[in-house]
Write a protein that binds this ligand. Sequence first.
Ligand SMILES: Nc1nc2c(ncn2[C@@H]2O[C@H](COP(=O)(O)OP(=O)(O)OP(=O)(O)O)[C@@H](O)[C@H]2O)c(=O)[nH]1
Length: 305
Amino acid sequence: MFGLFKKFKDGFAKTVSAIAAKTAAIFGQKPIDASSLETLEEALYTADFGVETTEEILAEIKAAYKKDKALHGQQAAQIGAAVLKRVLAGAEGVLTEAAAKPTVIAMIGVNGSGKTTTSAKLAWKLKEDGKTVTLAACDTFRAAAVEQLKAWATRLELEIVASHTGADSAAVAFDAWQAAKSRERDYLIVDTAGRLHTKSNLMQELAKIRRVLQKHDASAPQHRWLVVDGSLGSNSIEQAKAFHQSFGLTGLIVTKLDGTSRGGALVGIYRQLKLPIYFLGLGEQAEDLQPFSVDNYVKAVFGLE
Ligand SMILES: Nc1nc2c(ncn2[C@@H]2O[C@H](COP(=O)(O)OP(=O)(O)OP(=O)(O)O)[C@@H](O)[C@H]2O)c(=O)[nH]1
């Protein structure tokens, strides 16, 4: 458990230091004062927690401060943590398996959000957990994507079904499902090409992948996850809404949180979309994909351990 928390803390290092640089003094202060509350507000905005969450945290700390002018910084931190936990109630995605194998997970999103990398990392993680997994290289659009996924598959000894760049992505998905089914694999992870949510022809291609999978199994893909680049902060919200409308998302993966100080943005994304967050990308290595834990997230960003 401690190891997992350390991963979170290290993964959020930039967000932690952006907030902690300002809040360490406040949360260590006894008692806090009005100017430290202003500094806290600034820090929360900088980390991209957004207006609603920042104001809620501030309002509760201020109310407590009004009642008790001797409020310790640590108590303020606990109040802030409690608000965040309340806001994030229900945000933890728990991966479930479909009644019939394989459970299909489709990774979708805009260009470069981390779909290919995340597909490989997730396949590896599930394999480590004792599951059997097939990867479907359905990003047949970006020149290097198939090779990139194949390279991960070779390195991590993962099973992959791939065609060539330019091939029909839905056909690859169809074949990959069949392969996973006949080999009785637990999971099929479908990597798709990046696309702008505003391009309707590309959004239709996604719908085609879904239709083709449904020929095999009406409930597939059971998990339709949007892979969001966490370093883009709250800018991802509109994009996520558009994908949700046209593909019916069931969850989120937020990547590249290790490279940003805007790690608060996932709170806003969750608030707006109310889609569970299944995993976080906290680095470029296979083991850097971590299940989202509200507890660890809150503790990490507030420096509570
Ligand atoms: N630091 C960091 N880098 C990441 C993370 N996830 C992905 N990346 C990097 O982001 C870049 C883009 O990732 P890809 O997996 O190729 O993105 P993609 O969504 O498949 O891209 P397209 O197919 O073009 O849409 C790569 O250099 C990855 O190594 C993460 O959690 N942390």
